[in-house]
Write a new protein. Structure first.
Length: 225
């Protein structure tokens, strides 16, 4: 539905319109431009802080989800029993952790190029961040395979079940971030339009990094503490 332009209480001379009705403004047309050199921007754009607010609200739900899993882990471990059998973590998980930490630095570097209006530098480091995220997910799959080779299965015992559930849940959330990174990397709008979306994605990415650090050391202490 087209917006209604503001009405000025001035009747321009020679406008040919009725009293009090200004002539059409080229800036209000769908494609802008014309002889007035209007801005081709859409007439409506969401509030600039909407994407950041939305991601923060969404992350609140993620926190509650993982909090429930952590609580369940603590309660089940407290019950003990012969079926609770801890296991050695695959060493690749340490490498995965370093990869994810590195991705936080690359996404910060990418946004610094964005704010400097350097499209090439921005996209380079943005894509590097997505690649590091894929390396992390691949590393998690390798860790699972190593556990399977060692006879540690999803349904082997409650301890192994929690590990698979925690890492799978985190991996799926991280894949969502990778999809967002790739989607932005192949868009070609003006860089200034990417400021808020990339800020929201960066917040999400840093949160996933911090969440993994918490889960990794929580599970490490839970199984061997």
């Amino acid at each position: 539905m087209p917006t209604v332009p503001a009405i000025e209480i001035v009747e321009p001379a020679g406008s040919g319109g009725g009293p009090g009705v200004p002539p059409p403004d080229d800036n209000d047309r769908d494609h802008g431009g014309g002889d007035s050199g209007g801005d081709p921007e859409p007439r409506y754009s969401p509030p600039q802080g909407l994407s950041v607010t939305g991601i923060i609200v969404g992350l609140a739900g993620v926190v509650m989800f993982f909090s429930a899993l952590v609580s369940a882990f603590i309660v089940r471990k407290g019950l003990g029993g012969v079926d609770w059998r801890p296991f050695e973590f695959p060493r690749i998980l340490w490498l995965n952790t370093l990869i994810l930490l590195a991705s936080s630095f690359t996404i910060v570097r990418s946004r610094s190029f964005l704010l400097a209006n350097d499209a090439k530098g921005f996209r380079h480091w943005w894509v590097v961040t997505a690649i590091l995220g894929l390396f992390f997910v691949a590393g998690q799959l390798i860790a699972w395979q190593q556990l399977v080779d060692a006879g540690v299965y999803l349904a082997e015992n409650p301890a192994s079940s929690f590990f698979y559930v925690f890492t799978a849940a985190h991996g799926l959330h991280l894949l969502g971030g990778i999809v967002a990174l790739v989607a932005v990397a192949f868009r070609k709008p003006l860089l200034r339009k990417l400021a808020k979306p990339t800020e929201a994605i960066s917040i999400y990415w840093h949160f996933m990094d911090a969440m993994w650090l918490f889960l990794f050391f929580f599970l490490l202490a839970g199984y061997h503490g």
